[in-house]
Design a protein around this ligand. Sequence first.
Ligand SMILES: Cc1cc2nc3c(=O)[nH]c(=O)nc-3n(C[C@H](O)[C@H](O)[C@H](O)COP(=O)(O)OP(=O)(O)OC[C@H]3O[C@@H](n4cnc5c(N)ncnc54)[C@H](O)[C@@H]3O)c2cc1C
Length: 402
Amino acid sequence: MTTAADVDLIILGGGCAGLSLASALAQLGGTSPHAVILEGRQTYSHDRTWCYFKDGQAVARTDVQHAWPSMRVASGAGTIALDCGTARYEMVNAGQFYQNAQLTIGQSEQVGLKMGVLVTKPPVKQNDVWRVDTGVGTLYSRFVVDTRPAQLPHRDGAKLWQSFYGEEIQCDVAVFDVACGDLMDFAAADACGARQALPEAVCFVYVLPTTAKRALIEFTVFGPDPLPPESLHALHANAVALRLGGATFSVLRSEHGVLPMGATPPAAVGDASYVLAGLTAGGARPSSGYAFARIQRWASSCALSLATGKGPLGHAPDRLVQRLMDALFLKLVRARPDLAPDLFFALFAGTNTQSVIRFLSDRATLRDHARVVASLLPGPLLRAVLKRKRQKHGDLPLLETP
Ligand SMILES: Cc1cc2nc3c(=O)[nH]c(=O)nc-3n(C[C@H](O)[C@H](O)[C@H](O)COP(=O)(O)OP(=O)(O)OC[C@H]3O[C@@H](n4cnc5c(N)ncnc54)[C@H](O)[C@@H]3O)c2cc1C
């Protein structure tokens, strides 16, 4: 017995990953398979911003709201301004991204978007096609790409948690330099009382100015537990007050995120016609939580694979050397958060800027990796190893190699 498929492909979830894949398919025109995205939300809003270092080879995007030629890193050890060169630090406004994706998909005869449609049951395979049950009916398709975020793992399911709370603020006077953002300001977080409030975590302030009077200011924590926004409000308010030095301001919008770092992705379904993708399925870089640029690369290759009849692709696994370095980094920060600001500062100050940007953007060569290791060895890593020897039976958590 056979069941007729309604479409070739159903994409579950129309967030960053689902819409990126659907847009890539729509741009392929008639070679795209017939696809539909099922998205639970009724409407989209400007709920987040996505930043990444631009890959000089990548096609220019039309939804970039701002690009910074220079980014600052500050800790007790000093301040360094990174000259990004061609790898500018770009920001995509999610509201604009959703709008562009809806336009692109709206012009396609092959791809459709259904809003306000919740997938209500785990899809099942029946007679070679996938049955997808939703709140408004059942659909059948040959392939499924499931981008719905997995349930967040329990406390110890991630090596580290990244929690952040940010507000986009508008000041009455000019206070920001639009040519330079703050990628990680550990010194400002310390001045806000972060070490006393969260001794087991490493905290930094992230500032993205889009005009001389407007900026997104975020307070970010890498720590052993996921944190709700309320527990970051006071630290965030201190960071804003410190940065604005008394200038009056209004809050335009806020955003909050909790990202598991180094969590084991959910197991594959075991059928090549059903793949998992997006943030919790290998989309995010374990050591940073950055996912946007990785999702764009995945979307292009998955769309091409589908258009050439090869079926959907999941996220490609990271190279071994990157996996080892990320695992070591997560263990080090978890075990010795007090050393983390020095570690980051040494990384940015001691490594050729383009090498460190390629390292952060999954594009590092072996030489870049060697440069990163060389910048860390004389500083925080060595001190951690020496301390480990001295505290063989001490009470501080010890480092282990991955
Ligand atoms: C506030 C915030 C800021 C971030 N900033 C950055 C950044 O600067 N740079 C970066 O690289 N990464 C960033 N990230 C991380 C990552 O890029 C984003 O989380 C990104 O949105 C992940 O894309 P996704 O498609 O996997 O998940 P989502 O964008 O969350 O999309 C999942 C979609 O699935 C839908 N869905 C869920 N369940 C169902 C269901 N049962 N039926 C139908 N639909 C369903 C949801 O409504 C949602 O639209 C940020 C994350 C957050 C939360």
